[in-house]
Structures are given as structure tokens and as C-alpha cells.
Design a protein around this ligand. Structure first.
Ligand code: NDP
Ligand code: MG
Length: 391
């Protein structure tokens, strides 16, 4: 295999660490070109010591001074770059082959767009960038000739189960997007009011960053994934059936006209979709336990409850409303989740604030990245006002 150079955006996070784990198993295939971190400079320094990237990216000058000092012994040849523009630069370097987009939130949109415009093989974990800028990102992928590979486990599963040729979808009748239901699946409406950040972050199957863990608990994650699937696979929400499958063994399915349903199964371990994206169309060892059917118990399925978990419905409505509505919903949700994690609002304030911001802020046509980011900021301000009113 030829050596491919990889930029990992959000290297210090959950998906970033899993990506570096897979890469480290295949030194003959992958070389780390650039890593980015945000607040966890200690981990970023350790990752630089292990992977010796050409570039490391941090948010500002102060962080750059700190990291440079730490790297003087650990990885002296790594050049430290600072600021959001540096993220875009390392995503678009001519010597870069693969970009893993694993920053959390709308902050990942600009560097993800840069990778798409530069025609990279783009491994997309950062679902918020598609929710916020789906039209722009899909357009940039086409214009730049990028190869977009979904890393979100459900979308990776759908990608694996769809016909390989994108113009060969005639026999596909629907997509079945599976959801674990999250840690609050069985709680009553009254119990949901009292859910704490610790409970919300204790996911039964997956170990993930705190923001996506809360999204899993509210089912906003499934809502964001519904929008993500619409953009990735050119679908409408009505083409997608959300199925709650608490064991998270089936990662999603595709239904065909002849009655066939194709599913992708695996351990709930992000290294499987990450390895798939890195090696596509080949397959490589991901360090993941093989699925053991002798110990696998029942696989069960149920319908999602939109009354207890309104975020899923809000996301479908926002996608149907179109324009900047999904970006407004995402911005509200990022602010609400952050406030919930800081114990400033309750669990059920998250869907309430999301719905209120979606009502308050008028969606407009998507023009370009700056106008999208202005809309994002406007929605955040509206959310912050509602959050302050709770306290
Ligand atoms: P984490 O919170 O674990 O990691 C987020 C990464 O982004 C960290 O490297 C963090 O840096 C960095 N970061 C945070 N804020 C900013 C910012 N403003 N600018 C630049 N970088 C920033 O998240 P996850 O790894 O769990 O998730 C990453 C993305 O992948 C999300 O979009 C999530 O929805 C998606 N995803 C995650 C899955 C999972 O299993 N975890 C599964 C499917 C999708 P630092 O830590 O140094 O502050
Ligand atoms: Mg997912």
C-alpha cells in the first residue's frame, strides 16, 4: 500500500483518539501530517510525541507558546500553528491525502469545507458541519472533487449497505436509521425533568465526548443524524425510518424493493467505521473485537417516542423548513447542551429552548459561509437569552 498522509482535526477528542489508534496499527499505510487540539494541550503534546506530525494546531498564540515549550523535547520538528485559519490551512495542504473531521460542533465547518474544496478524502465525523452547512459542504465536495466518506457509525453502515454506484438507487425504498435510545430511553416524562449531566453522559453502549452524549440522551443526536443522512444520501426525512435498537449491534440498514433489508453489524466501537474510511475501498484491522454471536442475546427494536424526546421531530421539521433552519436549531442546541453540562438549565429545557429559538429566529436562504456563521451567532444569542431566563 502507498503511504497516505493524514490530518486529524479534533485529534484530542474521542473520535480523534480512536483515529490515531487505528493509524498506529498501520505505520506502513498512514503517516500523521497534522493534528489539532483545543483545550487539552497535554494530550496534544503526547500525541505529537507519538506521531511526530509536521504541524500541530492550537486555538491561539498563548496555547501555541505552551505547546511549543512542551514539544521542545518531545517533538522538536513539529511546527505549531495557531488560530481557526490554521485549521483550514492544514485541512487543505497539498501534501495531505486524508482529512479526519472530528471537531465537535459548528466550529468544525470552516476547516471541513476547506478540505472539501481542496479535493481531499474527507472522513466526516463532525455531523454538525453537514447540519449547519449541508448545501455548501455538498457543493464544495462536488466542486473540489473530494471523496466524502461518512464516519458516523449509522451513516457508515448505510454507506456500506447502499449500492456502490450513486446512480443505482432505483431499487432502494428506504433507509432504516437505528438509534440506541440513549441512557434515558426508559425514563418517564417526570423522571426526564430531573436528569443530570452525569446520567445523560453515561451512555449504555458508546463512550463518546460529552456534547454528543447529551445529544444521544435527548435524541437530538438522531435528529442531527437524520439531517446528516438527507444530505449525504440525497434523501428526504420521509425516506428514513428511525428504529430504536437498544443493543447498538446493527448500526443501520437499507430496505430494497424486493423485500431485502441489508444491515451492517459490529461492536459499538468507532474504530470500525474509522478504519473503513481510512482504508476504503479496502479493509484493514481496526483492533476491534470480532462480534461474538455465541454471547449475543436478543436484538430488539421499538419505535422512537417523539413526545418524550421532541428533539427528533424538531430536526425533521427544521430540515423540511430548509434554508438556515437546521443551522438555527444546531446553534440553539449547542448553547443549550453547554448550559445543561454546566448545570445552568434542566434536561427538558434543552428541547424547549431549541423549539423556542427555531420559532424566534427567521430562517433565510443560505448564501455563503460568513452569512451562515452570522445566522449561527444570532441563534446563539437568542438561546443565551432564554438560558439566562431559566436561571
Ligand atoms: P470530543 O468532545 O471528544 O472531541 C472534540 C474535539 O474537538 C476535541 O479534539 C476538542 O479539543 C476539539 N474542539 C472542541 N471545540 C473546538 C473548537 N471550538 N475549535 C476547534 N476544536 C475544538 O467529541 P467527539 O470526539 O465525541 O465527537 C467529535 C465529532 O464527531 C462530533 O461532531 C460528534 O458528533 C461526532 N461523532 C462522535 C462519535 C463518538 O463516538 N464520539 C460518533 C459519531 C460522531 P480539546 O478536547 O483539546 O478541547
Ligand atoms: Mg451516530
Amino acid at each position: 500500500a502507498t503511504l497516505r498522509r493524514v490530518t486529524v482535526l479534533g485529534a484530542t477528542g474521542s473520535v480523534g483518539c480512536s483515529t490515531l489508534d487505528v493509524i498506529s496499527r498501520h505505520p506502513e499505510r498512514y503517516q500523521v501530517l497534522a493534528l489539532s487540539g483545543h483545550s487539552n494541550l497535554t494530550r496534544l503534546a503526547q500525541q505529537c510525541a507519538t506521531h511526530r506530525p509536521v504541524y500541530a494546531v492550537v486555538p491561539d498564540q498563548q496555547a501555541a507558546i505552551q505547546l511549543t515549550a512542551a514539544l521542545s523535547l518531545l517533538s522538536p520538528h513539529t511546527e505549531v500553528l495557531a488560530g481557526p485559519e490554521a485549521l483550514q490551512r492544514v485541512a487543505a495542504l497539498p501534501e495531505c491525502d486524508i482529512v479526519m473531521a472530528a471537531i465537535v460542533g459548528a466550529a468544525g465547518l470552516a476547516p471541513t469545507l476547506a478540505a472539501a474544496q481542496a479535493g481531499k478524502t474527507l472522513l466526516l465525523a463532525n455531523k454538525e458541519s453537514l447540519v449547519v452547512g449541508g448545501a455548501l459542504l455538498m457543493q464544495a465536495v462536488r466542486a473540489g472533487g473530494a471523496t466524502l466518506l461518512p464516519i458516523d457509525s449509522e451513516h457508515n453502515a448505510i454507506f456500506q449497505c447502499l449500492p456502490a454506484a450513486t446512480d443505482d438507487r432505483a431499487g432502494v425504498t428506504s433507509v432504516l436509521l437505528t438509534a440506541s435510545g440513549g441512557p434515558c430511553r426508559t425514563l418517564s416524562a417526570a423522571e426526564l425533568q430531573a436528569v443530570t449531566p452525569e446520567q445523560a453522559c453515561a451512555h449504555p453502549n458508546w463512550s463518546m465526548g460529552r456534547k454528543i452524549s447529551v445529544d444521544s440522551a435527548t435524541l437530538m443526536n438522531k435528529g442531527l443524524e437524520l439531517i446528516e443522512a438527507c444530505w449525504l444520501f440525497d434523501l428526504r426525512p420521509s425516506d428514513i425510518e428511525v428504529v430504536v435498537h437498544p443493543q447498538s449491534v446493527i448500526h443501520s440498514m437499507v430496505r430494497y424493493a424486493d423485500g431485502s433489508v441489508l444491515a451492517q453489524l459490529g461492536e459499538p466501537d468507532m474504530r470500525t467505521p474509522i478504519a473503513y474510511g481510512l482504508a476504503w475501498p479496502e479493509r484493514i484491522d481496526a483492533g476491534v473485537q470480532p462480534l461474538d454471536f455465541s454471547t449475543l442475546q436478543a436484538l430488539t427494536f421499538e419505535a422512537p417516542d417523539m413526545d418524550r424526546f421532541p428533539c427528533l421531530r424538531l430536526a425533521a421539521e427544521a430540515f423540511e423548513a430548509g434554508e438556515t433552519a437546521p443551522a438555527i436549531l444546531n446553534a440553539a442546541n449547542e448553547e443549550a447542551v453547554a448550559a445543561f453540562l454546566e448545570h445552568r438549565i434542566g434536561f427538558m429545557d434543552i428541547p424547549r429552548i431549541n423549539a423556542a429559538v427555531l420559532d424566534q429566529v427567521a430562517a433565510v436562504a443560505v448564501r455563503d459561509l460568513p452569512s451562515l456563521l452570522a445566522m449561527d451567532e444570532q441563534a446563539r444569542q437568542s438561546a443565551r437569552t432564554l438560558i439566562n431566563a431559566v436561571e
